[in-house]
Write a protein that binds this ligand. Structure first.
Ligand SMILES: Nc1ncnc2c1ncn2[C@@H]1O[C@H](COP(=O)(O)OP(=O)(O)O)[C@@H](O)[C@H]1O
Ligand SMILES: CC(=O)OP(=O)(O)O
Ligand SMILES: [Mg+2]
Length: 399
């Protein structure tokens, strides 16, 4: 049985095809820099333990365009892996916002699609593209089951003290206003890897997912007990184009004194802020390049970004009453050694001390980069949301 997983993030589209029940990947790939200059697709096919990589560079205007190009690569040419659409038993979709409705993998029907649509305004960079990808997959693989795995599901274990906002209860009851938390599939996957690595099921772990969207979670004994993203994937850390935490008074001020409309405010905080707004690009690689050229805005963007992560480490150390490990993951967390160094600098009070040489040695496999006498393990763990989604889909299909 083959399960295709489609993971559409805000700046990228990742996919993997798995053969079940062995869970072995047949191919994987990603389309990056969607909607900005230099977009490309990297397609990797696994044949007898060997990787065959093809790269395709052509502008990808949006996620639906990217998915269509990917489906071409899967079905046509030297490294095609699907002979017929009927070869795909199920398509697993990452869907970012599931509200309080979904706590596990769910077969997509019209009702589920309506729920995903209802949450468009709460996750404007994600749910609309997730929805589009579901439609493209339904057209391409009409006989396959379409299954949604929600970013919010893993955080359904948050206690009320972490998920309720201090506004009247009616807003929670009638409007569902609460903390949902996001990137749950990634936080679940890397925290499970960390627990296995530490061999310590009763553990206190802080997971730091730094992609285009960025979030942190406090994980106690394998369960999420706090999350930095809130009602939508906008709060908490500084991200590629999102501001992260900002005093809501700024919104009132801009509406009242600068004539901002809701739409303009949404665009400002979701699409024009973060690394892009402060440093000039949403992509960390560009920010590093700008820094190398002596650009002061890029330097400030990096300082704000690292400082905010540090603040959440302190908060979660308090919430967990101690830390066994902190985990860096996702595009920036896995690849940007200087960011990991900046975050871990001057955290000796919390028992966090990094080995700067080990920090440079990460090569795509789980690695501890702390000093031997560091009380807290610092781990870099490659996330694999697609693997986690395929496993959840397979479990659902078995019942
Ligand atoms: N080698 C690298 N060095 C620094 N940053 C990197 C590197 N590779 C990828 N990134 C950054 O990772 C981010 C994208 O992360 P990713 O997890 O793929 O995002 P998403 O899934 O949210 O679209 C981008 O900011 C990109 O610049
Ligand atoms: C929830 C979220 O921000 O996702 P991504 O990082 O893929 O944009
Ligand atoms: Mg992502």
């Amino acid at each position: 049985m083959n399960i295709l997983v489609i993971n559409s993030g805000s700046s990228s589209l990742k996919y993997q095809l798995f053969q079940m029940p062995s869970k072995s990947p047949v191919c994987s790939g990603l389309a990056e820099r969607i909607g900005i200059d230099g977009s490309f697709i990297k397609h990797t096919v696994y044949i007898k333990g060997e990787k065959h990589i093809t790269e395709q560079t052509s502008f990808i205007a949006n996620h639906s365009d990217g998915l269509k190009q990917i489906l071409q690569l899967l079905t046509v040419g030297e490294f095609a892996v699907i002979a017929s659409p009927d070869d795909i038993a199920a398509v697993g979709h990452r869907v970012v916002h599931g509200g309080e409705h979904f706590s596990g993998a769910t077969v997509i029907d019209n009702e589920v699609k309506a729920q995903i649509k209802k949450l468009f305004s709460l996750a404007p960079l994600h749910n609309p593209v997730n929805y589009k990808c579901i439609e493209v997959a339904e057209e391409t693989f009409p006989s396959a089951k379409q299954i949604a795995v929600f970013d919010t599901a893993f955080h359904q274990s948050l206690p009320a003290e972490a998920y309720r906002y201090a506004i009247p209860e009616s807003y929670y009851k009638e409007h569902g206003i609460r903390v949902y938390g996001f990137h749950g599939t990634s936080h679940k996957y890397v925290s499970e890897q960390a627990i296995a690595y530490l061999n310590k099921p009763e553990s206190k772990i802080i997971t730091i997912h730094l992609g285009n969207g960025c979030s942190m979670a406090a994980i106690k004994n394998g369960k999420s007990i706090d999350a930095s993203m809130g009602f939508g994937p906008l709060s908490g850390l500084i991200m590629g184009t999102r501001s992260g935490d900002i005093d809501p008074s700024v919104i009132f001020h801009l509406m009242e004194h600068a004539g901002f409309t809701l739409e303009q405010l949404g665009a400002l905080l979701n699409k024009q802020s973060g690394l892009l707004g402060v440093g000039g690009s949403s992509d960390m690689r560009d920010i590093r390049k700008l820094l190398g050229e002596g650009n002061d805005s890029a330097k400030l963007a990096l300082e704000l970004y690292a400082y905010r992560i540090k603040k959440f480490i302190g908060a979660y150390a308090a919430v967990l009453n101690g830390i066994d490990a902190i985990v860096f993951t996702a595009g920036v967390g896995e690849n940007d050694t200087a960011m990991r160094q900046a975050v871990c600098k001057d955290l000796s009070y919390l028992g966090i001390s990094m080995d700067d040489d080990k920090n440079l040695k990460y090569k795509g496999e789980i690695l501890a980069i702390n000093e031997p006498d560091s009380r807290v393990k610092i781990l870099v763990i490659p996330t694999n949301e697609e693997y986690e989604i395929s496993s959840q889909c397979f479990e659902l299909l078995k019942v």
